[in-house]
Design a protein around this ligand. Structure first.
Ligand code: CMP
Length: 220
């Protein structure tokens, strides 16, 4: 438990007590934890793995709201506002989670000032991101948003760590579309334009950025 940021500043006795309340849950890759609209029955902390928080339209288009990893937590919203789950939660890798039952959630918070602080900080950060995204959607075109996201996600190629010239993004076009909240077709079209101009190269599950400076100029 000490390894989990949410619990790290708890006293040993408190952690000991908490450990008796936490269940462990294993999820296979693709396993669904809950769906938007479900009743919120628990709070989750990721010990190991990758969980996607997303919402889907009736036609099956999907928007990824967040990718959560080791140490991250989720499922607090339905417990805090007593509304149904606000999004789907699905494991993208085999994952191991701690589960805290809804009845133990508030008693846990009341005893742990630092946990409250962490959860408030996470909620604030999410609202900030949501506001940024809303601003982006209001003010930027799809090409500019794509360029901005590509620059944000770009990682220097292993072989060029010290003086990177080219960058890689390990993500499929479908995942990228889902992150930007636009259709895959429009992402394909925009990537083709960038490709024809020599700014990027695309393959099945990754994108290579050949000219990041020119890409940066397209983010406005
Ligand atoms: P809850 O509504 O109970 O179930 C879905 C969970 O996804 C939600 O609680 C949050 O924990 C999490 N979640 C929802 N929206 C976001 C977001 N934008 N960023 C990160 N996590 C989110």
């Amino acid at each position: 438990l000490k390894q989990i940021p949410l619990f790290e500043s708890m006293a040993d006795v408190e952690r000991q007590q908490l450990s008796t309340l936490l269940q462990r849950r294993q999820l296979r890759k693709g396993g669904i934890l809950f769906r938007k609209g479900d009743k919120g029955s628990a709070f989750f902390i990721i010990i190991k793995g990758l969980v996607k928080i997303s919402v889907s339209s009736k036609l099956g288009d999907e928007v990824t709201l967040a990718l959560l990893r080791n140490g991250d937590f989720f499922g607090e919203m339905a417990l805090l506002d007593e509304q149904p789950r606000s999004a789907d939660a699905v494991a993208l890798e085999d994952s191991l989670l701690y589960v805290l039952d809804r009845n133990d959630f508030f008693p846990f918070l009341f005893k742990n000032e630092n946990a409250v602080r962490s959860i408030l900080r996470a909620l604030s950060l999410r609202l900030r991101r949501a506001d940024d995204l809303f601003t982006e959607i209001s003010f930027l075109t799809v090409p500019a948003r794509l360029a901005k996201r590509l620059v944000e996600l770009a990682e220097p190629l292993e072989s060029q760590r010290s003086e990177p010239k080219e960058y890689k993004i390990r993500m499929s076009q479908r995942e990228l579309a889902s992150m930007l909240g636009v259709t895959r077709e429009s992402i394909n079209k925009e990537l083709k334009i960038l490709k024809d101009k020599g700014l990027v190269e695309t393959s099945r599950n990754s994108i290579l950025i050949r000219d990041i400076d020119r890409l940066k100029r397209r983010t406005r």
